[in-house]
Design a protein around this ligand. Structure first.
Ligand SMILES: NC(=O)c1ccc[n+]([C@@H]2O[C@H](COP(=O)([O-])OP(=O)(O)OC[C@H]3O[C@@H](n4cnc5c(N)ncnc54)[C@H](OP(=O)(O)O)[C@@H]3O)[C@@H](O)[C@H]2O)c1
Length: 261
């Protein structure tokens, strides 16, 4: 990268939802992009859109992040240096833990946890060396409030705890890390997971743009945990004030906890 070339951001899972909104926002802010997901056509369409709308250069890097050998290509690109990394790709599943194929559970762990750790590990050396950089790890309120979902919530708790610990280690280096913890967001997430959300009250839905704006605002404020939306800030605050067992019971009671993995 020359002194005058734009900074580069990598976004995983930008073919829909939060990742797509994050990629478009970063392009609008002047970043060039590296776009990582499985659907090559949608990656190419997004690269074209960011080029046309914002003049951003976007590299398309197709990879299934559940597969270690495909992650290696992403790791190799990160070690060349990026200034902003959004570890966004992730998924939930319908079905009880004890009925799902072990392979499916393993893939979820690979995408939601292993990829986040490996990609962050690959991005940090050049960031720390440059004393500049940002890693946003997309977790969930499910990682903050217990009681609903098993492996999905556990994977997001890992991401929260990992990001908090890492933020401590990175203090004073000029590199920021954030665990972005949205509540329910209108994306393809629930349809892909086969989760029926018809009964969710409208005020609990967030838009992808609210989530991205909240994340960027909290980065400016140096907040490691970002919870976009007043309704979710209130829910998370209350959950933090009451005993964990009560928070789990309430979460289970308010939102169907069966069949979520
Ligand atoms: N929607 C919500 O209510 C909500 C709430 C809290 C947190 N989150 C988190 O937000 C993040 C983004 O989800 P979303 O809501 O935007 O869902 P989404 O619309 O379903 O987008 C998921 C993205 O992840 C990518 N992805 C999934 N599996 C992948 C794999 N094996 N390899 C590479 N990329 C993969 C998908 O791309 P391809 O299919 O093209 O690979 C897609 O771009 C996830 O980590 C999710 O857990 C969502």
């Amino acid at each position: 990268m020359t002194a005058s070339s734009p900074p580069v951001a990598m976004v995983t899972g930008p073919t829909s939802g939060i990742g797509q909104a994050y990629a478009l926002r970063l392009a609008a802010l002047g970043y060039d992009l590296v776009l990582v997901a499985r659907d090559e056509d949608r990656l190419a369409a997004l690269a074209h859109e960011t080029q046309v709308r914002f003049g951003a250069r976007a590299e398309v890097l197709p990879a299934d992040l559940a597969r270690p050998h495909e992650r290696d290509r992403v790791v190799a690109r990160l070690s060349e240096g990026v200034e902003f990394l959004v570890n966004n790709a992730g998924f939930g599943m319908t079905g009880e833990f004890w009925t799902l194929e072990p392979d499916a559970l393993h893939n979820q762990l690979e995408v939601n946890v292993s990829a986040v750790v490996e990609l962050t590990r690959a991005a940090l050396p050049t960031m720390v060396h440059a004393a500049k950089g940002t890693v946003v790890n997309v977790a969930s309120t499910a990682g903050l409030i217990p009681g609903r979902g098993s492996t999905y919530s556990a994977s997001k708790s890992y991401v929260v705890s990992f990001s908090e610990g890492l933020a401590g280690a990175l203090a004073g280096t000029g590199v920021r890390v954030q665990a972005l913890c949205p509540g329910f967001v209108r994306t393809e997430f629930h349809r892909r997971a086969g989760i029926d959300m018809a009964s969710l009250p409208r005020p609990l839905w967030l838009s992808v743009d609210e989530v991205v704006a909240g994340s960027l605002r909290d980065l400016e404020r140096d907040r490691v945990i970002s919870v976009p939306g007043m309704q979710y800030k209130a829910i998370v605050a209350v959950a933090g004030l009451i005993p964990r067992s009560l928070a789990a019971r309430l979460n289970r009671g308010l939102f169907n906890a069966r069949g979520r993995t």
